[in-house]
Write a protein that binds this ligand. Structure first.
Ligand code: NVA
Length: 313
């Protein structure tokens, strides 16, 4: 069976735990497994801006013994110059896996349908599962067990990070609170799906409009830019609406004393997060950014192997 990671809940709870454990192993020893030795090629396609994702995947693929092939989305114009189906069938004959950052989730699904190789979501409008695995690895490093840990995500609850926190956090058995204005609440179907997952893992999920209530006693406080890629026209309006959701020292005072701060980056100091918080003692954002490489290697290993190793099933 071809295993892709298109959204966070493409992994079961057990598979997520396995991927995180493998990521921790890659963190300890970056070169201990080389599932892409050959080298086998992985296509990386970017239809949106990138820095961390391009570098962490490229470095990770190299460490796995493989070769990253960059495809410039602006040149390829997938879906315009050529259909997604045709591109998928062509790439599937050349590479072992496809990593794609694009707009609508349905584009990724179509690629996975046609390519015949694993497809990994490197961010869509709806989900950012690789980032979430990096976030969970960072929380795991700090606190050990993920289950039962409380997290508050502040800001645009309808963006990829809000959605992915709901799904991935629920899978990990965490208590996930999305603090967002009503107009930027998570999509109802994602909230429902996350609640169903949480019912099976002992986790909990909620959308709250009040950021202070969401932050009360949390172990992890996190946020994301108020202006996701593709939403630049709405920047002024968003700055006004999201003002009360800024993660500054006053907001952080409501979290537990031991709380850590995460941000997927790029960060805008003085907007969604204050400089004092981002650069302060509770921030784990640089570890979090490093962890992208470790988790993505574990994801590629998992997908290329077609799922869990027999001894782990
Ligand atoms: N929500 C942000 C995440 C950036 C990593 C965006 O989509 O631009």
């Amino acid at each position: 069976m071809i295993r892709s990671l298109l959204r966070d809940d493409d992994l079961t709870a057990a598979e997520q735990a396995h991927v995180l454990a493998r990521a921790a192993a890659f963190q300890r020893d970056p070169h201990h497994a080389r599932p892409l030795a050959g080298p086998k090629a992985v296509a990386m396609i970017f239809d949106k801006q990138t820095l961390r994702t391009q570098v962490s995947f490229s470095a990770g693929i190299a460490e796995l013994g493989g070769a990253a092939v960059m495809v410039d989305g602006a040149l390829a114009r997938i879906g315009e110059r050529e259909s997604i189906a045709d591109v998928g069938r062509v790439l599937g004959r050349q590479v072992e896996a496809i990593v794609w950052r694009t707009y609508e989730q349905r584009r990724l699904e179509e690629m996975a349908h046609w390519s015949g190789v694993p497809v990994v979501n490197a961010l869509t409008d709806e989900f950012h599962p690789c980032q979430l695995l990096a976030d969970l690895l960072t929380v795991r490093e700090e606190f050990g067990e993920l289950a039962g840990r409380k997290v508050a995500f502040l800001g645009d609850g309808a963006c990829n990070m809000g959605h992915s926190w709901l799904l991935a956090g629920a899978l990990a058995g965490m208590d996930v609170r999305i603090a967002a204005p009503a107009a930027f609440a998570p999509a109802p179907e994602i909230l429902e799906r996350a609640a169903a997952i949480a019912a099976g893992t002992g986790g909990a999920v909620a959308h709250l409009e009040d950021p202070v209530a969401a932050l009360e006693g949390v172990d992890v406080a996190t946020t994301d830019t108020w202006v996701s890629m593709g939403k630049e026209d709405e920047a002024a309006e968003r700055a006004r609406i999201f003002g009360p959701y800024a993660l500054d020292e006053a907001a952080l005072a409501h979290a537990a004393d031991h709380a850590i701060v995460l941000h997927c980056l790029p960060a805008y100091r003085g907007k969604e997060i204050s400089a004092a918080v981002l650069d302060g003692p509770r921030s784990r954002v640089w570890d979090q950014a490093e962890n992208r490489r470790h988790v993505q290697k574990a994801v590629l290993e998992f997908c290329v192997a077609g799922g869990l190793p027999v001894e782990a099933v």
